[in-house]
Design a binder for this molecule. Structure first.
Ligand code: SF4
Length: 361
């Protein structure tokens, strides 16, 4: 079975059988450290376990220690192009840096970063993205590569950089190979996982808005995590970072890898449904999110079913369940029918029951 090296990132470990961690990245200007801290705090609350910030210039690097002091979760500095920003970020006390050796310049530049990381025991994530492959810059023809050829190229470039770092006796390495193509991402990660056992960060780059972005990420992560490849994940979305964290947790929950918060099971409805179930479920989801009950640490299954055909069966299997009739619903708790509830009271009644269960745990 594939098992990666365990690495300490701030106050948590990743890899080596640790739970797959949910990451996100801030969307504020890092230099505006107060707004950045505020955004991170909100993400901490909903289950973000590692946070990355962009470090585009030296003033942004200089505020990293302030950000670090004001947050609880590990802070990762994201560096492109300039090795000096990586060294400054390390000296500011970040918990990990992410560099893309393909754009950080010469081998000497990478070595300067490794010397600083070694001194402070700061892990380095080497991130290779399909879009920044060196070979693509050299030849336009190579853009017509197949997913496998592209994945092989990504694996070869990351291995080149891994070897530079390993030669300096540094092994606190995390790898990530990303593309906006699911197949390429899957193949590249599979290839590198056969060569080295460093923890793997999974992501799809430029995944898009919520709907397509979550589908793409879930497809790639599902294949890889099922093969025990992947120690941290980020669902990159053109959306608020809260959505990235939420999606990350939903994927891990769906794969049975982590348990957390309320899981709503609801039927798609059909011609047998006598209530406005879709509206009710959306209202419930919205209320749960607003009250944060859906994100609480205690896992809870809540079934909302449209009719008595499959409803009672599913509702019985859940901690709290409700199965629709004509204008009313039958409430189940731990499989036992409790009472009839009019449709207008479903949402409030379910929320009340969830609160009761949470109080007892
Ligand atoms: S539970 Fe009832 S209403 Fe919902 S999809 Fe199944 S048969 Fe249709």
């Amino acid at each position: 079975m594939y098992k990666t090296k365990k690495i300490k990132i701030g106050n948590i470990f990743i890899g080596g059988g640790e739970p797959v961690r949910v990451q996100s990245m801030t969307k504020t200007k890092t230099i505006d450290w107060r707004s950045t801290v505020n955004q991170i705090k909100k993400l901490e609350e909903i289950g973000c376990e590692i946070i990355r910030v962009a470090v585009p210039d030296m003033p942004s690097a200089k505020v990293l220690s302030k950000i670090k002091k004001n947050i609880k979760i590990p802070l990762v500095a994201d560096i492109h192009f300039d090795w000096r920003l990586a060294v400054e970020s390390i000296n500011q006390g970040v918990d990990k840096i992410r560099i893309n050796p393909g754009n950080i310049g010469s081998r000497e530049n990478i070595e300067k970063v490794v010397i600083a990381a070694k001194k402070r025991k700061t892990p380095i994530r080497i991130g290779v993205n399909a879009g920044s492959l060196k070979i693509l810059k050299k030849s336009e023809g190579m853009l017509k590569m197949s997913s496998l050829q592209m994945a092989e190229q990504m694996a070869s470039e990351i291995m080149e950089n891994i070897k530079i770092i390993e030669r300096m006796n540094f092994s606190d390495i995390v790898v990530s190979l990303k593309s906006n193509d699911v197949q390429t991402t899957v193949l590249a990660n599979q290839l590198v996982s056969q060569m080295r056992n460093y923890p793997v960060h999974l992501g799809i780059t430029e995944a898009g808005t919520e709907f397509p972005g979550i589908v793409k990420s879930a497809s790639a992560f599902g294949i890889l995590l099922n093969q025990k490849i992947g120690d941290t994940i980020r669902v990159s979305l053109s959306a608020a970072p809260e959505e990235e964290v939420r999606a990350g947790w939903e994927i891990l929950k769906a794969l049975g890898l982590r348990k957390r918060g309320v899981e709503i099971i609801s039927c798609p409805t059909c011609g047998r449904c006598e209530i406005d179930l879709i509206k009710i479920v959306h209202q419930l989801e919205k209320k749960l999110l607003a009250t944060r009950y859906s994100l609480l640490a205690t896992p809870l299954k809540v079934a909302v079913m449209g009719c008595i055909v499959n409803g009672p069966g599913e509702a019985k299997g859940a901690d709290i369940g409700i199965a629709g009739g004509k204008g009313f619903g039958l409430l189940f708790k731990k499989g036992k029918p409790v009472k009839k509830i009019p449709q207008s009271k479903w949402v409030d009644e379910i929320i009340r029951e969830i609160k009761n269960v949470q109080k007892k745990i």
